[in-house]
Ligand binder design. Structure first.
Ligand code: R5P
Length: 285
């Protein structure tokens, strides 16, 4: 909330400044406030990522490596540990972005043909609910991310505190990403809106004319829903629509989520098994 307030304020001040109504010094103060808020979020992402890599990675493992801005810190930390501790780990990336980052860092990259069984997958999220259900795909990578996570014995989420919600949709207002086959995107939109309500939109590129194209050559819809849902049912209903490749709803997949806090600390939430004990990562240090 605080960050949004600063961002809005900075936008307003920028407009006013253009009209010569605001002193440049005041504008500078506002900008400095915004960037220090951003620094705290960057710090929070980094703390969560470092903690996950430190707690869950050990020698000899096969790892699933997610996509997004938080995972960049995880890859950096992984590269540090591999070098310092001479670890022998194999990484299966979930996107072109993560493959490129892993390659740049000199880490061993594999794929699901050669490495179909993973010890741990680590990935970011757009939102995490109290039961560790996730919305993912803000960066259009949800399909490969879901496949990789499904191949891991233990799935760890890393995020800053803004992603931590009781219910999906509480903080994340951009909707559920859904990857679709391009020629079917209109029928899919119509089916979603008819069957589930809300509004689905084709995601458009930011610095590209036309829609966002995923690493798989498909389109992304963002479905804005209006109320609390039975996410397991919704996920199944959307997945059944012809033309849908995958949804950004990760239901009952994550075992632990680390949240970086503004003060630099990290909290975590974990899934409990039926007898009330945490589902443990056997490789956790
Ligand atoms: O498609 C992108 C992925 O699902 C990301 O893991 C998700 O959007 C979170 O990204 P970030 O770490 O940048 O918040």
């Amino acid at each position: 909330m605080k960050l949004r307030g600063f961002t809005t304020l900075a936008r307003i001040s920028s407009c006013v400044l253009k009209k010569n109504c605001l002193k440049p010094s005041l504008f500078c103060v506002l900008r400095r406030c915004c960037s220090s808020e951003m620094d705290l979020i960057t710090q929070a992402k980094q703390s969560a990522a470092y903690q996950a890599i430190d707690n869950h990675v050990k020698n000899g493992q096969a790892l699933g490596i997610g996509s997004g801005s938080t995972i960049v810190f995880a890859i950096n930390r992984l590269a540090e540990r591999v070098q310092e501790e001479n670890l022998n780990v194999v990484c299966v990336p979930t996107s072109f972005q993560s493959k490129q980052l892993l390659t740049e860092k000199g880490l061993t990259v594999s794929d699901l043909e050669r490495t179909p069984s993973l010890d741990v997958a680590i990935d970011g999220a757009d939102e995490v609910d109290k039961d560790l259900n996730l919305i993912k795909g803000g960066g259009a990578a949800c399909t490969q991310e879901k496949i990789v996570a499904s191949c891991a014995k233990y799935f760890v989420v890393i995020a800053d505190h803004r992603k931590d919600s009781k219910l999906l949709g509480e903080q994340w207002k951009k909707g559920v990403p859904i990857e679709v086959i391009p020629m079917g995107y209109v029928p899919v939109i119509r089916a979603i809106e008819k069957n589930l309500g809300g509004k689905a939109e084709l995601r458009m590129g930011a610095n590209k004319a036309g829609p966002v194209v995923t690493d798989n050559g498909n389109f992304i819809l963002d479905w804005k829903f209006d109320e609390k849902k039975d996410w397991k049912k919704v996920n199944m209903e959307i997945s059944m629509i012809p033309g849908v490749v995958e949804t950004g709803l990760f239901i009952n997949m994550a075992q632990r989520a680390y949240f970086g806090m503004p003060d630099g600390s990290v909290t975590f939430r974990e899934k409990l098994s039926r007898n009330g004990t945490p589902e443990c990562d056997e490789s956790e240090k």
